[in-house]
Ligand binder design. Sequence first.
Ligand code: NCD
Length: 305
Amino acid sequence: MRSLTDIVELSTQEIDEMIAVAQDIIANPEKYNECCRHKQLATLFYEPSTRTRLSFESAMLSLGGSVLGFSEANSSSAAKGESVADTIRTVGCFADIIAMRHPKEGSALVAAMNSTIPVINGGDGSHNHPTQTLTDLLTIKREMGHLDNLTIGCCGDLKFGRTVHSLISAMSRYEGVKFVLISPEELRVPEYVREEVLDRKGIEYLETDSLDQHIGDVDVLYMTRVQRERFFNEADYIRLKDSYILTPEKMEHAKKDMCVLHPLPRVNEISTAIDSDPRAAYFRQVRNGKFIRMALILKLLEVNV
Ligand code: NCD
């Protein structure tokens, strides 16, 4: 039995296979609509979510399965002091697979270690968000046609933004990928990402605080929200929150065939005037999230189609 708590647990071949399954689901949805009949997905969300939880639920329903769960810690026994380990053991008595989100780094790993059924990490604090990364990879593949030889610009809160950490880890596996890491000094990628991923693999990357200077260099621009809930003080958040705002004027300097991604929710980082630009891929990215999660559920439940 396998869980997914960190993107490093998947081989590149497995990621590529899941992307291929997701593309087949998009092309032939009816082939998959009974695959998880009588299977149940539990969504345990201790932190707010719209896309991740609903896309998991929609994914399971589209596979013919059913869903149960909670969407806030306060409505679960966590409010009474129950540990994640005990909640997971309990849910394992009812469901076949769990998708969870929790504010603490490492909570998904604790859950997986205590689970009798597969656990999928839907975000653990500022650490990791592997299913967003699978979504991002499927989106890059569909928008750009390939995952290798790309310059990826990550812009915004690279310190607390968990999606960025998993994305860098996954994209670093593909040949010829370079990164431009655009953030204020205080929100640079954590040292472990620099040392254990970028430096260890000898990946070419640049750290800068200027979006304007580098927007013309990137093939993919991955915008992120400043993660207010992870800040220790509100004044720092207010000072940093509008560090980068992508506007139509800025997009004039970007490549004609680049794409703009954002895990969403957006606050102020992308002007809504860009939504109609063909390069704005973030709502297509939301759609892709459902299909890749269908592929992941099939894989972890070991369903043969
Ligand atoms: C992201 C998250 O939860 O980390 N959202 C998502 O899952 N699509 C990004 C964010 O909250 O900024």
